[in-house]
Design a binder for this molecule. Structure first.
Ligand SMILES: *Cc1c(COP(=O)(O)O)cnc(C)c1O
Length: 386
């Protein structure tokens, strides 16, 4: 089976992790700050907080922004559940904004309409999570302008987008957001096995997230309520968690970071090749915004079902039978039973549902060979044209 995504682990990665195993610190040593610095420098953000997953990063990002019971968090329905769940962790309510049919990202026009309505009802969101689906950045400038008008905070869920650019600048520099989150799960662009990071340019948010990832404990006297009792002393001044990244993960991250730009460039080569090889097939190819350089975590096609005798599900199943590890990103979150119970109906977000009925994620990963890619296209051609 050709997987839809997979990690690339080199001997240098393995050596970096083994070095940590033989060092004094398996956790809370020098590698986590080194990894944070490498990512912050690369993307151009002032502060970076490494944590044990992007889900944890989203959680502490929401808490740092003050999301609490009575507040609303809005996001796209076409995302992984974690982009929405972080709101529920904070006791806030979650709502969704339908996607743009071309970019598949949260639609700024739909957002503007929903905000105008929410203002009348007194239910404006405190936080909007903008998800860069497939690595393609959202229209951040438009979302940022709306945030000024309506006073909400912005988290970029850039789990798919490290190494990508928006208006020629690296995603993660938080130019149009309060906090940006990356994921380092093995299917993503670079990996630390499990892992995530929150980036910000706001010192106060960085301090809050640093506290929250480690029990709410500080060792800085300036943050304590009174002078230290002695050299052993620390204070818990907030309710935090253990969301720390290990030194092994961070060492892997530092090593992987050196290949980030190369990885994204290879993904662009593969995407261009897919575009060319499939331009006569009854599928809609992914649209790329001319002012952005996608991280290209995923390559998603939409079937032109009116030109096919097969159903979406049949095409999917036949491709799997032919050894092509296709996938679907994502089942719209508002249709998940846990969210359905909160009163969402499938057709509340019709563009998301239309997307779900036609979409297939084709395999794409940095070490994919041209031969593997040819096999994917041949299988798709066989299924769609016979
Ligand atoms: C993978 C992913 C997450 C969660 O990442 P983890 O590191 O696995 O917690 C969140 N949002 C999106 C859009 C993702 O793709």
């Amino acid at each position: 089976m050709i997987p839809y995504g997979r990690q690339d682990i080199t001997q240098a990665d393995i050596d970096a992790v083994v070095d940590v195993l033989q060092s004094d610190f398996l956790t809370q040593g020098p590698m986590v700050p080194r990894f944070e610095e490498a990512v912050a420098l690369h993307v151009g953000a002032q502060y970076a907080l490494a944590v044990n997953s992007a889900t944890s990063a989203l959680h502490i990002a929401c808490l740092a922004l003050g999301l609490a019971p009575g507040d609303y968090l809005w996001t796209s329905p076409v995302t992984f559940v974690a982009s929405a769940n972080c709101g529920l962790y904070c006791g806030a309510q979650v709502d969704f904004v339908d996607i743009d049919p071309r970019s598949y990202n949260l639609c700024p026009d739909a957002l503007a309409r929903k905000l105008a309505q929410a203002e009348e009802n007194g239910k404006l969101p405190k936080v909007v999570v903008a998800v860069h689906l497939c690595g393609q950045p959202c229209d951040m400038q438009a979302i940022h302008e709306l945030s000024i008008r309506y006073g909400f905070k912005i988290i970029e869920d850039a789990s798919h987008a490290i190494g990508g650019r928006y208006q020629k600048q690296y995603i993660g520099n938080c130019r149009f957001s309060d906090i940006t989150v990356f994921s380092f799960h093995p299917v993503k662009i670079i990996t630390t096995a499990e892992g995530g990071m929150a980036l910000t340019n706001d010192e106060h948010l960085a301090e809050r997230m640093a506290l929250l990832r480690s029990h709410g404990i500080t060792r800085e006297t300036s943050k304590m309520t009174h002078e230290a009792d002695g050299p052993w002393y620390y204070q818990q001044i907030d309710l935090g968690f253990n969301y720390r990244m290990t030194e092994l993960q961070a060492a892997l991250g530092v090593s992987q970071m050196q290949r980030l730009d190369h990885y994204v460039a290879r993904r662009h080569e593969l995407a261009r090749r897919y575009d060319l090889l499939m331009d006569d097939l009854p599928v809609k190819l992914p649209w790329q915004h001319p002012d952005s350089y996608s991280g290209l975590h995923l390559y998603v096609i939409r079937l032109q079902l009116d030109k096919l005798k097969l159903t979406h599900r049949q095409v999917f199943e036949l491709l799997r039978e032919l050894g092509i590890g296709v996938n679907l990103h994502y089942i719209p979150v508002h249709t998940q039973p846990y969210y359905e119970c909160k009163g969402f109906k499938a057709d509340d977000f019709p563009e998301a549902i239309a997307y779900y009925r036609e979409s297939i994620t084709l395999p794409m990963f940095q070490t994919m060979t041209d031969d593997q890619q040819d096999a994917v296209v041949a299988a798709l051609r066989k299924v769609l044209c016979s």
